[in-house]
Design a protein around this ligand. Structure first.
Ligand code: ZN
Length: 281
């Protein structure tokens, strides 16, 4: 963890020197050889004050990083011999780290945007489980490579209350750089995009099949559907955005599979401002 966080060596919090005494067992701190103060490598990260052994965390990160489809909390609990609640909280923090990492990137160039509806099981219904559909906005960037061919790039997903001009514009402004070309269908919620500095490539679907007109976004949506059904057996509405963020994070790094452990560990090591209580609710 120290190597990933400080490739050039961990500096002492007080004096900045990089020489420490060997770590005392069961202590997550190192004593500086020159000023004798203690440096905690986990300070300010999601690992700070965790009661779960770090080794257990690393195995969890490894499993999550290398699993193609996303692990459920019950499977992670089983693999690591943890309580379900502990595994769930760990996954939740990892997803939060993934979301934060992805939020620092925006889409640019050519982008397809569409909406989909995901069925979520609502736990609030007293008589059995009610089903509600949550609208999700989907954006996938692509690069034209030849006259016919286009290469799929990166993706963004956002669960919204409703698909309206307001939510669409907010989604686009948050995730797509101005000047980009946005391909959408003829739905009335899209036309104002040009006002915000985007080039709008409007493609009324009519008789043409949607997956020919929007190949990138449609392939992505069908993958997302099988992720939701296969791994999580439907999603709870409360945590829908977390699962969407995880799916996006994986997709956006699909060409970097071998680096996934280091990348996810690095994402988890970023400064954590969200209090724990916000994640366990
Ligand atoms: Zn020092």
């Amino acid at each position: 963890m120290i190597q990933v966080r400080w490739p050039d060596g961990m500096p002492c919090v007080k004096c900045g020197k990089k020489e420490f005494y060997p770590r005392v067992k069961n202590r997550r701190a190192y004593q500086c050889k020159s000023c004798k103060s203690f440096t905690r490598p986990t300070a300010g990260t999601i690992f700070h004050r965790t009661r779960t052994p770090l080794l257990c965390w690393f195995v969890a990160i490894f499993l999550v990083a290398f699993d193609k489809r996303g692990l459920s909390a019950s499977l992670l609990a089983e693999e690591l011999g943890l309580r379900y609640e502990t595994a769930w909280a760990m996954l939740s923090r990892m997803r939060h780290a993934m979301a934060k990492r992805d939020a620092s990137y925006t889409l640019r160039g050519y982008v397809e945007i569409d909406e989909m509806f995901l069925g979520a099981t609502s736990e609030e219904t007293k008589r059995g489980r009610g089903t509600t559909k949550t609208p999700v906005l989907v954006a996938v960037s692509y690069t034209p490579v030849s006259e016919k061919g286009e290469m799929t790039g990166f993706a963004k997903l956002q669960a919204v209350k409703a698909v309206t001009e307001k939510t669409v514009v907010a989604f686009v402004k948050a995730h797509v750089e101005p000047g980009s070309t946005i391909r959408t269908d003829g739905l009335s919620v899209y036309p104002s995009l040009e006002k915000y500095g985007y080039i709008h490539d409007r493609q009324p679907i009519k008789k043409r099949k949607a997956h020919f007109v929007f190949p990138h976004v449609h392939t992505y949506i069908s993958n997302l559907r099988s992720f939701v059904q296969g791994t999580h057996h439907g999603l709870s509405e409360l945590h829908l955005q977390d699962y969407l963020d995880e799916f996006c994070y994986r997709f956006n790094r699909r060409h970097h599979r071998t680096e996934m452990f280091d990348r996810l560990l690095r994402a988890c090591l970023e400064k954590e401002e969200t209090p724990l209580s916000a994640l366990t609710g």
